[in-house]
Ligand binder design. Structure first.
Ligand code: NAD
Ligand code: TYD
Length: 352
């Protein structure tokens, strides 16, 4: 079996659902603290599945992690758990340092202790896969080549700095202790179960509610977008065939300025759920820019293709259409996650 952390969040829950479908014979222990971003409802399809063991708990709880490893004896840890939203990291960086740095440290130490107790060949086969972000590389100029695995780390936000720190810990635990680690650095994901604080789901739920679509600054910041199921397949591939100690950049070959993303969402909603008040583009509202806003991210994903034969299955066109349709089909889910705490966040971030 494998131990997944953060498997009730956006990417983690997609990963667990896909894993149970792709590997029905291999169980998942899912350790998640159920912060504001974690949601058991994402995993409702696995109710009654004895191959999914959900444990509510914190990755900084060493005794708990030790106990889960001793009890379940996983062959791998796939580490998603993190505080993940840049804007929240600007308002309150403390939780990011605790979960992303201390939490990764705790997992690495627990993994090291457990790994040392394994006999061969379990020891040789064990993997610690750390799920990270392209944001650790900083911001690109318009003419710069996309991020390669060899780019220097230049994180600019409290979020990306905390993820960069966690990547360095993972690297050091391999070089110093020989722990068999793998790291993936992926671009912006989108798809089902995406919490509506991030750009794409926020625009969809706001548009459907007739609320403003807040575009930061001039809307010309560029991100590379990857459909979440493609990220999950890349992680499975790296876990299966990645070279120990290596990092793999994962991306969608799909750079777009934010304003184009918002316009595309409006066009899809105009087609699928037309509003009597006219095109959803009428709701686009330029707002104050994010402090320290990274201008451009782009991923060179040739290494994972060359070494492991992975490429995304979705284009942006197919992926965004599926995503908008998912939010239309799952309006009750989207409604339920917009709790009082969510509304407090929206008020804090967008009041001005
Ligand atoms: P998310 O915020 O949706 O989910 C995070 C999950 O981790 C939640 O279920 C939360 O309850 C859990 N969690 C938080 N703190 C915890 C703790 N201390 N102990 C146990 N569980 C805890 O995040 P996401 O978007 O699914 O991202 C998952 C991972 O992928 C993160 O490590 C993130 O840095 C990385 N990543 C995200 C993106 C993206 O576009 N979302 C892109 C690249 C990499
Ligand atoms: P986000 O989804 O928060 O991801 P990240 O900051 O990790 O890339 O934001 C994606 C881009 O969209 C980023 O350039 C900030 C911008 N953005 C807006 O313009 N308006 C918004 O309300 C949000 C949440 C993001």
């Amino acid at each position: 079996m494998i131990l997944v952390t953060g498997g009730a969040g956006f990417i983690g829950s997609n990963f667990v659902l896909d894993w149970r479908a792709a590997h029905p014979g291999e169980a998942v222990v899912n350790l998640d603290a159920l912060t504001y971003a974690g949601n058991r409802e994402n995993l409702a399809a696995l109710d009654g599945d004895t191959g999914h063991v959900f444990v509510q708990g914190d990755i900084t709880d060493r005794a708990l992690v030790d106990r889960l490893l001793a009890e379940h004896r996983p062959r791998a840890i796939v580490h998603f758990a993190a505080e993940s939203h840049v804007d929240r990291s600007i308002h309150g960086p403390g939780a990011f340092m605790k979960t992303n740095i201390d939490g990764t440290f705790t997992l690495l130490e627990a993994a090291r202790g457990y790994w040392a107790t394994l006999g061969e060949p379990e020891k040789a086969a064990f993997r610690f896969l750390h799920v990270s972000t392209d944001e650790v590389y900083g911001s690109l100029g318009p003419q710069d080549p996309p991020f390669a695995e060899t780019n220097p780390y230049e994180p600019n936000s409290p979020y990306s700095a905390s993820k960069a720190a966690s990547d360095h810990l993972v690297r050091a635990w391999h070089h110093t202790y020989g722990l068999p680690v793998l790291t993936t650095n992926c671009s912006n994901n989108y798809g089902p179960f995406h919490f509506p604080e991030k750009l794409i789901p926020l625009m969809i739920v706001n548009a459907l509610a007739g609320k403003p679509l807040p575009v930061y600054g001039d809307g010309m910041q560029i991100r590379d977008w990857l459909y979440v199921k493609d990220h999950c397949s890349a992680i499975r591939r790296v876990l299966e065939g990645g070279r120990v100690g290596e990092t793999y950049n994962v991306g969608g070959w799909n750079e777009k300025p934010n304003i184009e993303i918002v316009q595309r969402i409006c066009a899809l909603l105009d087609e699928l759920r037309p509003s009597p008040e006219g095109s959803y583009t009428r709701l686009i509202t330029y707002v104050k820019d994010r402090p320290g806003h990274d201008r451009r991210y782009a991923i060179d994903a040739r290494k994972i293709e060359r070494e492991l034969g992975w490429r995304p299955a979705e284009t942006f066109e197919t992926g965004i259409r599926k995503t908008v349709q998912w939010y239309l089909d799952n309006a009750a889910w989207a409604q339920r996650v917009q709790s009082g705490a969510y509304r407090d966040w929206v008020q804090k971030q967008y009041a001005a």
